[in-house]
Design a protein around this ligand. Structure first.
Ligand SMILES: Cc1cc2nc3c(=O)[nH]c(=O)nc-3n(C[C@H](O)[C@H](O)[C@H](O)COP(=O)(O)OP(=O)(O)OC[C@H]3O[C@@H](n4cnc5c(N)ncnc54)[C@H](O)[C@@H]3O)c2cc1C
Length: 337
């Protein structure tokens, strides 16, 4: 049994599409555009240390290029966008993994995977199996990204198999997906990443910000990571602009930045932590639009959660009507009432 969701049916009907992009190509477009706008770009260069100066007078960054050349810059403001490397969060020791949400992913790119029919050809499909779920993301050309997300107990069954074999064996355990993959050919090396959910204690200080995954990452299930990272770049730029040009307003700007940074992971994680819950699954398999709940949920899935979106009353209705009774009774049960 399957159920389709169209972003065209979300609350805001003016954004019916999403783009699935290859990161290398997308990132090249972004960096070349930044360069065109006047940014001094240093590629193949890794930040090695950041030393914050006394009296919040900036920081000294030391970096090394792949050919061994060393660089040193003094900066008024530091932006950590180092992704899952979490450069500053590691050094400050403020990164916390989520022990209750410690899944892993094994993924690769394939050609020849059978897509949905007609208009739905480009749609992302999620397949459930006994030990987790798979993403099936059609990209440009005939390439499809297929990833298995699973739990530690299942990862332990990998034994001496390669990650590629483990992915192939996992796919074979999901008949609906393996039927789609009958004629598929792997075109890159299968990769794996474990225990990917974490959040840092803070996302800013007086002269630094942590953006995107350098601050937090919850889960790939709603494909929200790149959107949240891009959004953090925009709100981060606004905050830095205020900090540098109107220092008296810096505390308020950083407070606003903090609230917006927490908003995305908070809203997505509410759904993510319940995605395997039978009530949530039941809703996704038989969605009803009472109080415009379906439209509002589709807006969340489409990432329309910032600015003046009017979805929040409907989302609250969904949370209260569908989950309040369950969560109350769970609480009563565990407290022995
Ligand atoms: C298994 C998995 C599947 C995912 N699937 C999706 C999906 O389908 N859709 C989606 O939107 N998101 C997905 N994500 C999330 C997404 O990949 C991230 O949220 C997103 O890439 C974050 O962007 P970023 O710019 O913060 O970090 P990144 O894209 O990781 O970029 C960080 C950059 O910083 C560089 N860097 C690191 N350390 C240093 C240093 N010391 N000096 C200089 N440069 C450095 C890195 O080389 C890299 O280029 C997935 C994540 C995982 C784990």
């Amino acid at each position: 049994m399957s159920q389709s969701f169209e972003f065209a049916d979300a609350w805001d009907k003016s954004m019916p599409h999403a783009y699935q992009v290859k990161r290398a190509e997308f990132d090249t477009i972004l960096i070349r555009n930044a360069e065109k706008k006047g940014v001094e770009v240093h590629e193949c260069t890794k930040a090695k240390s950041v030393d914050f100066l006394p009296d919040n007078s900036g920081a000294v960054i030391r970096a090394e290029r792949d050919d061994g050349e060393q660089f040193e810059w003094k900066a008024k403001f530091v932006v950590d966008a180092s992704g899952r490397d979490t450069f500053l969060a590691n050094r400050f020791q403020i990164k916390h993994r989520n022990p209750k949400h410690n899944s892993s992913a094994i993924y690769g790119h394939f050609t020849g995977a059978r897509r949905n029919e007609g208009q739905a050809e480009g749609n992302i499909t999620i397949f459930w199996f006994d030990h987790g779920w798979f993403w099936f993301i059609p990209m440009q050309g005939d390439v499809t990204s297929v990833g298995m997300v699973t739990w530690p107990y299942f990862m332990k069954t990998k034994g001496s198999r390669t990650v590629e074999q483990f992915l192939r064996d996992g796919i074979a355990m999901c008949p609906a997906l393996s039927e789609r993959m009958k004629a598929a050919t792997l075109v890159n090396e299968v990769e794996a990443t474990g225990n990917f959910s974490y959040v840092s204690e803070r996302n800013h200080g007086e002269n630094y910000l942590l953006l995107g995954d350098a601050y937090a990452f919850i889960d790939p299930v709603f494909s929200s990571g790149v959107l949240l990272a891009m959004n953090s770049g925009v709100i981060g730029a606004e905050a830095i602009d205020t900090c540098l040009s109107k220092p008296a307003e810096a505390p308020a700007a950083l407070k606003r930045f903090d609230a917006l940074m927490q908003h995305g992971p908070k809203e997505f994680s509410w759904f993510i932590y319940r995605v395997t819950n039978p009530i949530m699954r039941d809703f996704f398999m038989h969605p009803k639009n009472i109080f415009r709940v379906k439209e509002a949920l589709l807006s969340v899935l489409a990432g329309d959660i910032f600015g003046k979106t009017p979805i929040w009353r409907s989302i609250m209705m969904f949370k209260v009507l569908r989950f309040h009774r369950l969560e109350t009774s769970t609480l009563q049960y565990s407290s022995g009432k």
